[in-house]
Design a protein around this ligand. Structure first.
Ligand code: FPP
Length: 249
């Protein structure tokens, strides 16, 4: 007989990825296969997001970044953009109590200036309400593009240089990273993309220099703890070398 209570988890014997970053893909395909509108898939995707965050919080993952809206997503039909932003608003409204209980913190990366003042205010309030938590940090990438983030960091450094506060030679990898949206966030160890796709699509270009990549065959609305555990286990079985040699056991 199987043991329904013994769920699949990451291996207990090897370290967990500290930071998991996910490109949530396949909402549209998932909906189309069911003869439903795309937004139906996004709605189910928001549930998958909840499930995934829950598992990460429970297993002791420290950071989870989710690519929720890219700088390119504005090109989608207006109705779909509006529906995605409405889902975000609803998530921010409905999840605070649950996130607080689970010890989760929330942070945003991306150029949020593009969003309405009301939505930005809501984002700030939720982040502040969860600021005291010490568990999983969820990072939502919103109006996020890796190249855009790098350009914005360059502008910030150029302004400091023009003001005479830094010299050109002061710019190091560390200083540069401190001007990215992800300042103080450890680089992702594991990047997961769903729906079988194998592209980075402008996601965390700087930060994923040494990340392990995992492509999950399921569409994002079907992603669950089993799939997450499979991705983490695959990560745990790899040897990371960071350009050096594998250390002998
Ligand atoms: C990709 O699927 C998914 C997105 C562009 C948006 C991700 C958004 C969510 C999961 C919704 C909820 C967000 C929050 C913050 C609650 P796709 O539409 O590109 O799928 P397709 O490639 O199959 O068309």
């Amino acid at each position: 007989m199987s043991h329904p209570h013994r769920e699949i988890r990451p291996f207990a014997s090897s370290p967990l990825p500290r930071h998991i970053a996910i490109i949530m893909d396949g909402n549209g395909r998932w909906a189309r296969r069911r003869g439903k509108p795309r937004i139906f898939g996004h709605r189910a995707g928001a549930e998958a997001l909840r499930r995934t965050a829950e598992a990460c919080a429970e297993w002791g993952i420290s950071h989870l970044t989710l690519y929720a809206f890219s700088t390119e997503n504005w090109r989608r039909p207006e109705g779909e953009v509006r529906a995605l932003l409405a889902l975000l608003r609803r998530y921010l409204q409905e999840s605070v109590a649950d996130l607080r209980r689970r010890g989760v913190r929330l942070r945003f990366i991306g150029d949020v200036q593009r969003f309405s003042p009301a939505l930005r205010k809501r984002m700030e309030e939720v982040a502040a309400a969860l600021g005291g938590n010490r568990g999983l940090q969820i990072i939502l990438a919103l109006n996020y593009g890796g190249r855009d983030e790098i350009v914005r960091a360059c502008r910030a450094l150029a302004r400091l240089a023009a003001a005479g506060e830094i010299a050109a030679d002061d710019i190091s990898e560390e200083l540069f990273a401190r001007h990215l949206d992800t300042a103080d966030v450890p680089d992702p160890d594991l990047v997961i993309r769903t729906a079988g796709e194998m592209r980075l699509s402008n996601f965390l270009l700087w930060q994923t220099a040494y990340a392990e990549y995992y492509s999950s065959p399921v569409c994002w609305p079907d992603f669950n703890r089993l799939e997450l555990a499979a991705a983490i286990r695959a990560f745990q079985m790899r040897t990371r070398k960071f350009g050096g040699l594998a250390s002998p056991l």
